[in-house]
Design a protein. Structure first.
Length: 148
């Protein structure tokens, strides 16, 4: 399958993030413990939060589910040599999406967080997003933890 952009040509610049895991070759058990998600920076209070997924149904009218690899907006793949990558597809399907985001991967109790990146309408998306350890401390804290 080829992902096409609004001009109906193959999209080649979706945001993606690469990380390493100690568990080799992505056994089913290891991949079931991994979670790839997008967090969003809330400028109103300066906190990182899980980005809700508009496309995932909720049960019992509860809050929206987070935009993570349990839905349809990520393509995760094994690159070899214990390296993994995830491509975030949502910017392609939601042209009005805008904000400051970061990838957050939790695998075997280790958290990997990308450098923050910006998505805006009519602006070129970032390609490969590097890991940033300073961002990990921010993106893994909730606003309630920051307030204390």
């Amino acid at each position: 399958m080829v992902l096409l952009n609004a001009a109906h040509v193959p999209e080649r610049s979706l945001p993606w993030f690469e990380w390493k895991e100690d568990e080799c070759c992505g056994t089913f058990e290891a991949t079931s413990r991994r979670r790839v998600a997008i967090v969003e920076f809330a400028t109103s209070d300066g906190c990182w939060r899980s980005l809700p997924s508009e496309s995932l149904p909720t049960s019992g009218g509860g809050p929206l589910q987070p935009d993570d690899d349990q839905g349809t907006t990520f393509l995760t793949m094994y690159l070899g040599a214990k390296r993994w990558a995830a491509i975030w597809l949502r910017p392609l399907f939601e042209p009005t999406l805008a904000g400051h985001f970061a990838f957050q991967v939790v695998a075997d109790k280790v958290t990997h967080v990308s450098a923050p990146f910006t998505i805006a309408p009519n602006r070129r998306w970032p390609d490969r997003v590097p890991e940033e350890h300073r961002a990990a401390a921010l993106a893994t804290r909730t606003c309630s933890q920051l307030a204390h």
